[in-house]
Design a protein around this ligand. Structure first.
Ligand SMILES: Cc1cc2nc3c(=O)[nH]c(=O)nc-3n(C[C@H](O)[C@H](O)[C@H](O)COP(=O)(O)OP(=O)(O)OC[C@H]3O[C@@H](n4cnc5c(N)ncnc54)[C@H](O)[C@@H]3O)c2cc1C
Length: 346
């Protein structure tokens, strides 16, 4: 296809050049065209040669063996867009089935040992952050200059679990039950009692008083959660104050969310435990799992007639695009903002 277009282009240039020569004798040589001011003719010849040599990856007629190999290597069962908090866990579970070929595309860099220190990287650590800012809308962020807030999420393998506060919070039972009973999400069976089994399957709880409540907690999962050993004096003062006001000190990862809590954190040996460290690193050796960092997905390829999603286009360097195709599913795990952004761009 490229080759055909380039040949046509070439031919048009020759015809135009001939026209510009008027009725004088026309010689179709590179030198004569130069002398007629068509300086870029050699460039076009080069374009024709390159296009013919490269061919079209997707046209069977011009496909080379290397193209065939590239195409084979770009087909996966599952493509996970975003190797963040959710993406790392999904990659672990899906690639546990050795027949499934799984690709994780993460825009950010690999996680670095510096990021394991709780509280570091600070929220200002720009290279591993998506630095977004809300638009002024008249009803949110009113206390901020210009009515606009900064929204920073993780751009790194492990996503926001590498930059967040590490508090172990499952969310409210009321929300899960609400999602279950309202229309579109009903079929997903996201009742709290149903998702509880999944929370327990990933948990490795290190606090015995919490673990004793075995209806809600368990051991043996990949994600170690525990309280910090050091209890700050101010924390004791605050807790005593809230207790005086009538709030109970409780574990909020049960069916109660309104309480005073000594949080548990996603930590291991007192250092941060991102989902990359907990779920992805231990299985990166799997042959059916490919993780590409610095891979920015620019588009989800949608077959509008079939109403199917075929694959994705991603950039490894600015302007250098690659395709990847999914036989089963493409999973959008790029975070709350970038998921929507990518859908708009697609
Ligand atoms: C500062 C902060 C503190 C927080 N503290 C807590 C806490 O203490 N406890 C708690 O439970 N929750 C906390 N949260 C919330 C929690 O971290 C998030 O809800 C959770 O991490 C979101 O997970 P996710 O997988 O949806 O997205 P993310 O973890 O953000 O992952 C999205 C991934 O997709 C990648 N990506 C995005 N676009 C593309 C693209 N086009 N191509 C390729 N890759 C892409 C990103 O780089 C990122 O790695 C906090 C969040 C923040 C920002």
């Amino acid at each position: 296809m490229y080759c055909f277009i380039a040949v046509c282009l070439n031919w048009c240039i020759l015809v135009l050049a001939a026209g510009s020569c008027g009725r004088r004798k026309v010689r179709f040589s590179v030198t004569s065209l130069h002398s007629q001011g068509v300086q870029w003719y050699p460039l076009v010849v080069l374009l024709v040669l390159v296009a013919c040599a490269r061919g079209d990856l997707f046209s069977k007629a011009t496909r080379t063996k290397a193209d065939e190999r590239d195409l084979r290597n770009s087909v996966f069962d599952f493509i996970i867009i975003g190797g963040g908090t959710a993406g790392c866990l999904l990659a672990n579970r899906l690639s546990a089935i050795s027949d499934w070929k799984v690709l994780v595309l993460e825009a950010g860099v690999d996680e670095n040992v510096d990021f394991d220190i709780p509280g570091v990287p600070s929220k200002e650590y720009r290279p591993i952050l998506w630095n977004y800012r809300t638009e002024r809308n008249g009803y949110s962020c009113l206390s901020r200059p210009g009515g606009s807030c900064e929204v920073k999420t993780g751009k790194v393998l492990g996503g926001s679990s590498v930059i967040n506060d590490m508090k172990y919070t499952r969310g409210s039972k009321v929300d899960y039950d609400g999602w279950h009973s309202t229309g579109a999400l009903g079929s997903l069976d996201w009742k709290f009692d149903s998702v509880l089994e999944h929370f327990k399957s990933i948990e490795d709880n290190g606090d015995y008083d919490v673990l004793m409540n075995s209806h809600y907690h368990s051991r043996g999962g990949e994600m170690h959660v525990q309280r910090f050993k050091h209890v700050d004096r101010y924390m004791e003062i605050f807790t005593a104050g809230f207790t005086e006001m009538g709030l109970r000190t409780m574990d909020i990862n049960t069916n109660v969310q309104e309480a005073v809590v000594h949080n548990q954190f996603a930590i291991s040996n007192n250092t941060r435990l991102s989902t990359n460290s907990a779920f992805l690193k231990p299985v990166r050796h799997r042959k059916n799992l490919q993780v590409i960092t610095g891979a920015y997905v620019t588009k989800i390829v949608i077959d509008k007639q079939e109403k199917n999603v075929d694959g994705v286009i991603y950039e490894v360097e600015k302007g250098k695009e690659r395709p990847a195709y999914a036989k089963r599913e493409i999973i959008l795990a790029a975070g709350a903002i970038n998921n929507v952004r990518l859908l708009h761009l697609s």
